[in-house]
Design a protein. Sequence first.
Length: 251
Amino acid sequence: MSRFACGIEYDGGAYRGWQRQLGSRTVQGVVEGALTQIASVPVSIVGAGRTDAGVHALGQVAHFDSPVVRSERQWLLGANSMLPEDVALTWVKSVPTDFHARYSALWRRYQYQVFSRSARSPLRRQRALWTHDVLAPATMTAAASYLLGEHDFSAFRAAACQSKSSTRNLMGIKIARRQTGLLIEVTANAFLHHMVRNIVGTLLVIGRGERPPQWCGQLLLNRDRTQSGATAPAHGLRLDHVAYPAEYGLP
């Protein structure tokens, strides 16, 4: 039995999220279907993160095991020939059997795009949150600093979150002004369900001047999801990168 890791890029707009669900079209489901056709035996994959319905990925990582002999190139080209246009493998690499796409990861990075102008953008409607509000990125950055480090993020987790622990190490938040809006980049060892979208929703409240930056710190202490900002829409979010120990030699 050989183990392979692969990078996956996808537009999540047409899918009910990453995770396989009976009766629903998911990213995991279509990738497994393509790999199964190449292997001629059932192939299951394990992803680094379970993105929600409508969330995109530039750097999702997964692993799979197969008893059949195929080269990295055969897996890559064969699977991509079977996949729909909105999903593609970007690389495939043979890895040791101790590699695990989820548990071997050191950190994950998500990016959230905010498009800001008075008129909506038809071309960006599935890639960014549109707002006509004037946002203050410096104020949002000051607020984000309260979230850095290891904390209980109960105030930013979904009610349906199944994680046993709400403690996460938030390693970085960058809020960069772009010509057409803002790019919010969040890096952590792992994330809770809706954590990034809830953080973004809270930062937008502060960016509009409705709350002071210190509110973020108070939310962490209160640990009450009902007091923080609304969940930002899924279509502005993408899984940008997953990092692993150098010993695995992944792209």
